[in-house]
Design a protein around this ligand. Sequence first.
Ligand code: NDP
Length: 250
Amino acid sequence: MSPKSVVITGANRGIGLGLVQEFVKDKNILHIIATVRDVEKATDLKAINDPHVHVLPLIVTCDKSIDSFVTKVEEIVGSDGLNLLVNNAGIAVKYLTKTKPNRSMIAEQLDVNTTSVVILTQKLLPLLTRAASKVSGDQLSVSRAAVITISSGLGSITENTTGSAVFDSLAYRMSKAAVNMFGRTLAIDLQDDHILVVNFCPGWVQTDMGGQEAMLTVEQSTSELVSSFNKLDNSHNGRYFQRNLTPFQF
Ligand code: NDP
């Protein structure tokens, strides 16, 4: 079942934009809240021109920006609360083990992909809890309340046999491994609030980050992601999946 309201971060391009384009096809969704750093420049997103899409500014690394965003989300969703948060915004800082040590590059990577996901999720929790409380029983779903984070196969510890040379990915791998731990921990912590928490790898996708040689188009990845979101239930809580619901190893 689909959510009535959804927030997607980093929605002006790439996978975030593709997710908005998929959600727009679902006429049961009342509010698709798409965040961008610069509303003026979000031409592809604004071109969707659908009355259910709200384009809002959000810099995920800035607490002031998050606070004014949360206020606007509350105005939109009101007493219904927020059903689904999709933490998608991310960066990939090129950092190898043999890179000259640079503390600020690692900090920037972790700030966007990990710390900001934690802070934004925490600040939206009252609205997610409000939505979850509208339904009785223990059933979990994106139509009730859910936090989905777009992680990466590069964040899997078990699957890492190639080291940092793949996409110069030491700092990126660490940021996604950490956000996977956040997802697992949050799922346990929110059990009594009936909020579903799942992390997904979208596959290797043709975006500015993935490059044009990637295996999947944005549409191939995001259509499977959204279809998977709507199938999630209690059996998926706290886990990590590929875009097509194939279980992924932490
Ligand atoms: P893109 O580089 O195409 O897009 C990244 C998005 O994140 C942009 O909208 C960007 O906004 C936004 N963003 C970056 N930093 C911030 C910030 N500080 N505040 C707000 N928004 C920000 O990446 P993808 O679409 O490829 O990636 C989306 C997600 O999918 C990421 O989490 C990525 O790690 C993950 N992923 C991608 C894969 C791929 O193959 N493409 C593979 C596995 C995972 P702006 O335009 O303003 O910079």
